[in-house]
Design a protein around this ligand. Sequence first.
Ligand SMILES: [Zn+2]
Length: 394
Amino acid sequence: MAKIGATSAGGVERLTLTDTDKQARDLFVKWLERLDLEVRIDEMGNIFGKRVGKNDALAPVMSGSHIDSQPKGGRFDGILGVMGSLEVLQTIDENNIKTMRPLVIVNWTNEEGSRFAPAMVGSGVWASALERDWVYSRIDRNGYLFVDELERIGYRGSVPARKWPVHAYYEYHIEQGPVLEREGMVVGAPKGIVCLHWYDIYLRGEANQVGPTPMAGRHDALCAAAEMILKVNILPEKTGGDLVATVGEIQNYPNSRNIIPDKIHFTVDIRSWDDRLAQQAWNSLRNSFEEIADRRGCPIRIEETWRVAHSRFDAQLVQRVLDAAQDLGYPALRMVSGAGHDASYMNQVAPTAMIFVPSIGGRSHVEVENTLWTDCEAGANVLLRSILKSAAEA
Ligand SMILES: [Zn+2]
């Protein structure tokens, strides 16, 4: 999989609904068919592979993650959970195990939200948390429409993207942070995922020749944005708690060295386990943005692009993951996920838990993202054990 969209520095670039995404999906479907799974593709392009159970009428145990990546992303984010689930299904197959409940493997569309905002839209629509047509109408930086791109790569399926009963959902993923490595742990079981707030900020200024235009009276949209960005950066220090706040993307127009910038777009990402703290932080940030925009004469437009409340996973399933790790002799840690995952929406539909393995150096969403193969194996073993346990439940 890492060959598809491989970058020169050892990462992958497999943005959602691009040709590389299609190539990886095709390979994934081929692997599902090789395991004789019943393949279904829904109208969001989510791919499901089902293995029948002894009692096929029971709700399935589901696991999976995502195939798409960040621009210049790593080889493990998302795809580890997809390949891990595939490995589990293959192992169950090779050992001629018939589970009581059916098993379903899934690849969710556009988890990253990097090309089309927001993130996690495949699981979001499936879980009835997001509107399908709103997601269809999202546009990328080059003006391409989500639904057109989905159609173009041949993954706009006919099955409605609508939730069905699921007995348990497990998502296996790299930690994407430094905690497990620092603590010398092999497996992490997050009790849940922080809340996520995404905003898009649009500023207008007044373009002019930089030479003849005096400094006084300028309406420089980039300078307004610069002030705002630093407000975002110092926000967590002001609010305290576990809040993190980031500006990760900016577009400056016309982006010419001798024209005063007259149009800016930038993004704001705020996360915390405490939804109220995140809301308070945003309220104060919004006030400073408006003050800066006003003072600099740069009209501001704010779009609240996405909001997911913090999600607390099913306590019993989280414990099951910890128990599985213990049974297998892997040191394990209960923790919190600072990254968003499809598991967040799945948690609204079914009892959900995640399995984390360490990210070397705590690095993720970068080309050097890496995880030891022995840790990958450990996580997959914990996944296998957890799935078998849930699949045996009446
Ligand atoms: Zn991911």
